[in-house]
Design a protein around this ligand. Structure first.
Ligand SMILES: Nc1ncnc2c1ncn2[C@@H]1O[C@H](COP(=O)(O)OP(=O)(O)OP(=O)(O)O)[C@@H](O)[C@H]1O
Length: 252
């Protein structure tokens, strides 16, 4: 109880994040000739918590990569308020053989802000410690990343993103494969980021995450087939059609 109170106060004292927003205009993208994203227009205003839903292969991860600037559209354009973007991918791109601890991994979020050759100052270290605490990583901060379970590693990567204090947080299935406690840490952390003014876009198959968002966008074959409040989208025909189609035939 005491720990929770202290943590809440610490978080409230911190400054709000810089705002981030992103707008896709008629974006088309394909890994080969076939378009995977097909003329998609989507405006995500600053401070919104948006859930991207759709069957496997419908293009959710690709949309996040386009928003992050990792991929470039073949046609159309992407605009946004410039600022820090933190992107947590589904699987770690950090090679197992690197001797990184959990704390090193989270601290990399601050190096991304400061530049690799700068020493981390007291505020950086406080942000790293806070991010680890928020995701229940403090006890295992000295463990090597390579020795962690998939769920622990996922939390370490999310903590790295939180430490960046980005205005736009892009999360690709952050709750996949996690137990109830870890899902709780992640959903609390996301809610706190939204309360602080960050824009959060989450690709998810988890209806529990979608219900907590402010807006759900449904994708099918790289096209937008639904966009609205969770209570409207999750009970609507297009959601049922999209996911019934998912159950009987893969999207791609
Ligand atoms: N690096 C790649 N090279 C070639 N094709 C790819 C690549 N990444 C994704 N694709 C293809 O692009 C399409 C969209 O994939 P994407 O990963 O964006 O979908 P998704 O909705 O995130 O799927 P999932 O729910 O399974 O994570 C799929 O047909 C996929 O096979």
């Amino acid at each position: 109880m005491i720990t929770h109170t202290v943590r809440t106060l610490t978080i409230m004292r911190m400054k709000t994040n810089p705002v981030g927003s992103v707008r896709l205009e008629s974006v088309t993208f394909g890994y080969g000739r076939r378009p995977v994203i097909d003329g998609l227009s989507l405006d995500v205003p600053a401070g919104q918590f948006l859930a991207l839903l759709g069957p496997n292969g419908s293009g959710k991860s690709t949309v996040l990569s386009l928003m992050a600037g990792v991929l470039t559209p073949a046609a159309g354009s992407i605009h946004g308020i410039p600022g820090r973007v933190a992107f947590v991918v589904q699987r770690s791109a950090v090679p197992d053989r690197l001797p990184l601890t959990v704390r090193d991994t989270v601290a990399m979020g601050r190096w991304a802000v400061r530049g690799p050759w700068h020493r981390l100052d007291r505020r950086d270290r406080a942000l790293v410690d806070e991010a680890m605490e928020r995701l229940g990583l403090t006890e295992i901060r000295g463990r090597r990343l390579a020795s962690l379970s998939g769920g622990q590693r996922q939390r370490a990567l999310l903590a790295q993103a939180l430490a960046q204090r980005a205005g736009l947080l892009l999360l690709d299935e952050p709750e996949a494969g996690l137990d109830a406690a870890a899902r709780g840490w992640i959903s609390t952390a996301v809610d706190q980021e939204v309360a602080r003014g960050s824009t959060v876009v989450v690709a998810t198959h988890d209806v529990r995450t979608a219900v907590r968002s402010a807006r759900c966008v449904l994708l099918r074959s790289g096209r937008l087939v639904g966009d609205g409040r969770p209570e409207d989208i999750l009970t609507g025909d297009s959601f049922a059609r999209t996911f019934l189609a998912d159950a009987t035939a893969p999207d791609r």
